[in-house]
Design a protein around this ligand. Structure first.
Ligand code: AMP
Length: 188
């Protein structure tokens, strides 16, 4: 199964991806996690990305595509994958499709987790306390939600037009939302 999780920051993509990874036995590729690992390692890429991430803005498409190509060159991706945090804009969506076409592994389904803005802000505030992420401060949270609305939300239409979109209510317990995602697979 090749799937991409869509949804605003705080919509539960990472949490559901962890559960889906166990269920589907495929790698979970989070571009946010890959970038945070680069920042932590202090690599040149990490140094470039650090400030942009802390502000809640998008790291450049070139950097992201390079990282993704690198990850897709590993053998474990042949079984399928769960992509989380990419694509974040229409250019990335097109680049991803080109990459997947090149390796003969088209996307099966895009799952959009729908959560309204007020709940997202509450969840991100909770996460800021629990995890201490540099970009969970109120100003960066506002920026990330705005970037999502302006640049990432159009990606939903991209997958709808391709006939691959499944919209799932992201409000509920982990198990409830997970059950809805599995039901969406059945429908697709
Ligand atoms: P996330 O963990 O997915 O919320 O990502 C954290 C931050 O990493 C984002 O706010 C961006 O600064 C950066 N990032 C992650 N994925 C991407 C992407 N696909 N394109 C650009 N920036 C990204």
């Amino acid at each position: 199964m090749r799937l991409v999780l869509l949804g605003a920051p705080g919509s539960g993509k990472g949490t559901q991806a962890t559960r889906l990874k166990e269920h589907l036995q495929v790698p979970h590729v989070s571009t946010g996690d890959l970038l945070r690992a680069e920042v932590k390692a202090g690599s040149p890429l990490g140094l470039q990305a650090k400030e942009v991430m802390a502000r809640g803005e998008l790291v450049s498409d070139d950097i992201l595509l390079g990282m993704l190509e690198d990850r897709f060159s590993r053998d474990d991706m042949a079984r399928g994958f769960i992509l989380d945090g990419y694509p974040r804009n229409l250019a990335q969506a097109a680049a991803l499709d080109a990459l997947l076409e090149r390796i003969g592994q088209p996307m099966d389904i895009a799952v959009q987790l729908e959560v309204d803005n007020e709940l997202l802000i509450d969840r991100l505030a909770g996460r800021a306390q629990a995890e201490g992420r540099a970009d969970d401060n109120p100003e960066s949270v506002r920026k990330r939600l705005q970037v999502y609305d302006d640049q990432t939300a159009p990606v939903i239409g991209y997958y709808r037009d391709a006939g691959k979109l499944a919209v799932v209510d992201g409000v509920g317990t982990l198990d409830e939302v997970f059950g809805r995602i599995l039901a969406a697979f059945e429908r697709q």
